[in-house]
Design a protein around this ligand. Sequence first.
Ligand code: C5P
Length: 226
Amino acid sequence: MGKITIAIDGYSSTGKSTIAKKLANALNYIYVDTGAMYRAVTLHALNNNYLGSEEDIPSLIADLPKIDLNFVPNPALEMSEMFLNGKNVEREIRAMEVSRHVSKVATIPEVRHKLVEMQQQMGMDKGLVMDGRDIGTVVFPDAELKIYMTASPKARATRRYKELLDRGEIVSYEEVLENVQKRDFIDSTREVSPLRKADDAIEFDNSDMGLEEQFERVYASAKRVI
Ligand code: C5P
């Protein structure tokens, strides 16, 4: 078989992006982090005061055509960074303030419509690993390989907490755990394309699995299909 499409879905902080990136590198595929796209739209909304006490979702929807999102490769970091209207926002979109609002923004049908369309365009030529919540169910229901990653909320909050501390953010573990659980709840109960395992996805619970073991398993699954 030639190049295929690999969809990786799952709850927040299951380590999807780490595995997806490593897999894309090993296969010489493109990696697309769709969470970064929802985060960038959320950042735009925050920057324009469309979220918070005086919420203005209609203005966010009206802005969608002029929200320009781009993944720009950074060879030094061996990864792509998210640019929002020409500005590198890779760091800003990972902040806790964005995490607090992103799942709400991701429930807006117009936002999902725009981003899903962009994601489908990126995958036209296959040869990509895309991670998110609805990749195997909505974006690429015909993907040749679908992985569904899970881990206990505690394991996920611990990873996320460490990540934020490493980046110098001042947060408490409890706040991170609460955010992870809240996002899981919103993501899996929303009306439009909720997070769920596609019937033909392979499930990995990596609560007690190291990175190498996870990668070996996912890589072996990919090699069986390619
Ligand atoms: O993957 P990450 O945790 O960065 O995603 C941030 C949020 O974006 C998720 O909690 C979810 O609300 C939303 N998202 C989504 N669909 C995707 C990717 C992310 O709804 N495909």
